[in-house]
Write a protein that binds this ligand. Structure first.
Ligand code: ASP
Length: 318
């Protein structure tokens, strides 16, 4: 069973990263998300906690799952939701992010959900914003709600996180998903192994408390969870390995390599999947994959985060 809900109340205005959260904060969010998951399984899925509040999705980088998930999460909590498209906005006419946000606040935005290519952009907004800021992915830094939904999915399947062996395989260096997963999983007591080409998985990650190996068989054999990451081409300014074909040949998860993976290990991926590159399509669609459950759980986790940062009490969720 998962840990009992903690008595500690949520007392943060924003959700900027997982690095600064403790195990109790993380557990509180996961427990709150469990209540919201139950609501999402009801016939009537809308609840009132954010009625009268305005949530703005400020996405200055592409997104499919995260943007739709935050939009639906806010709607399920009865907020008014505005989706801001950077491409069609005055950011294209030279307006600064600060000015854009101050204008949004003049319309009484209560929550601003920011995705940005610059690491630290949400922390910068939090220095002056009146609204609650939620980080929906900042450069290669963090993607806190992805780390939370991954932890939620693992806990739901395995009943715990402490003591599990979690392997994160792929482009660790440029991945915000990797960093948020590492922070959350280590704080919750998992053993985290990182694997991929040495240029994308440098030994320096050991300083965070992870095991680093470039040997795929070793990384897969004792894993209870294998989380696969896409190559983050958009953030690589120089070539980090000879070719995608070579990456797939050395590190792609294929049928032959599945014999190293325990039969009850979870196969995870934050999406978007590049089928045939980091994972063969039939494995992504196969019985060990929980990739679509991650998407389902993301909605509950984002409802929990919106609820808690705006002052909701965990024992009142649901
Ligand atoms: N969707 C995730 C992110 O925004 C993972 C990825 O793009 O590879 O970081």
């Amino acid at each position: 069973m998962s840990p009992a809900p903690t008595a500690q109340p949520w007392n943060r205005k924003h959700l900027l990263d997982l690095q600064s959260l403790g195990a109790e904060d993380l557990t509180l969010i996961l427990d709150t998300a469990r209540s919201f998951k139950a609501i999402n399984e009801r016939a009537i899925k809308r609840v009132p906690p954010l009625r009268g509040k305005t949530v703005i999705n400020l996405f200055v980088e592409p997104s499919t799952r995260t943007r739709i998930s935050f939009e639906l999460a806010a709607m399920r909590l009865s907020a008014d939701v505005i989706n801001f498209s950077a491409e069609a906005s005055s950011l294209k006419k030279g307006e600064t992010l600060r000015d854009t946000v101050r204008n949004l606040e003049s319309l009484n935005a209560d929550v601003i959900i920011l995705r940005h290519s610059a690491s630290g952009a949400p922390h910068y907004l939090a220095r002056f914003a009146r609204a609650h800021i939620i980080n929906a992915g900042d450069g290669a830094h963090e993607h806190p709600t992805q780390g939370l939904l991954d932890a939620f999915t693992i806990r739901e399947h395995k009943g715990r996180i402490a003591g599990l062996n979690v392997t994160i395989l792929g482009d660790i260096l440029f991945s915000r998903v990797a960093r948020s997963n590492i922070w959350a999983l280590l704080k919750l007591g998992a053993n985290v192994t990182l694997c991929g080409p040495p240029t994308l998985v440098p030994k320096v990650f050991e300083q965070m408390g992870c095991r680093v190996t470039w040997n795929l068989e070793e990384a897969l054999r004792d894993a209870d969870v294998v989380n696969l990451l896409r190559i983050q081409h958009e953030r690589q300014r120089v070539t980090m390995f000879p070719s995608l074909g070579e990456y797939t040949a050395l590190f792609g998860l294929n049928q032959a390599r599945m014999k190293w993976v325990k039969p009850d290990a979870l196969i995870m991926h934050p999406g978007p999947i590049n089928r045939g590159v980091e994972i063969e399509g039939h494995i992504a669609d196969g019985p060990q994959s929980v990739i679509l459950e991650q998407v389902t759980n993301g909605l509950a986790v984002r409802m929990a985060v919106l609820f808690l940062v705006t002052g909701g009490r965990a024992d009142e969720a649901g």
